[in-house]
Design a protein. Structure first.
Length: 169
């Protein structure tokens, strides 16, 4: 299968699931797919990132060694779909120790930016909540932001903030 062509064909959950199963068949398939998240073709890159997110559900061990590279590259992905999917990969993975300061700063920046899509903001909120389990000193900063006036943010954002506050504070 030519994975690039497959990713450019019709997009559906079935297509993504099929590609994820294909990628888990062997390491060569996985590596070929993984390299496509860095493609200059944004359509291929974000669809490959979506498949990578599904691969993690099937074989999370394939992504453990890729996590530092994903964290480093995340701010440079131009497509929100790639960022959203790769934030989910980070969320579902064991966090590195020490946690990269760049990841913390990026998540706070995207969380607070009204220009960031809601899905990315919510995923950043969840990643930061997870980081706070390892770095409790950050909990106060996250709590202060989530308790602030969030009226300018979307309903989805405010609901996620309330859920995190209920869970932790």
């Amino acid at each position: 299968m030519q994975i690039k062509d497959f990713l450019l064909s019709s997009l559906s959950r079935t297509t993504i699931d099929y590609a994820a199963h294909w990628a888990t068949e062997n390491v060569e398939n996985f590596n070929e797919l993984y390299q496509l998240i860095f493609s200059e073709n944004l359509k291929i890159a974000w669809r490959a990132a979506w498949v990578i997110e599904k691969v993690q559900l099937l074989k999370p061990e394939l992504l453990i060694e890729k996590l530092p590279e994903i964290i480093t590259a995340l701010p440079f992905f131009p497509h929100d779909g790639s960022k959203r999917s790769l934030l989910l990969v980070i969320l579902r993975s064991p966090l590195p120790d020490p946690i990269p300061v760049e990841l913390i700063n990026m998540c706070f920046d995207w969380l607070m930016s009204k220009q960031t899509s809601v899905a990315i903001q919510v995923n950043c909120m969840k990643v930061l909540d997870k980081i706070c389990l390892q770095e409790p000193d950050l909990r106060c900063e996250l709590e202060l932001f989530l308790k602030d006036d969030l009226s300018e943010y979307s309903n989805g954002f405010r609901t996620s903030a309330r859920n995190i506050l209920k869970k932790n504070f």
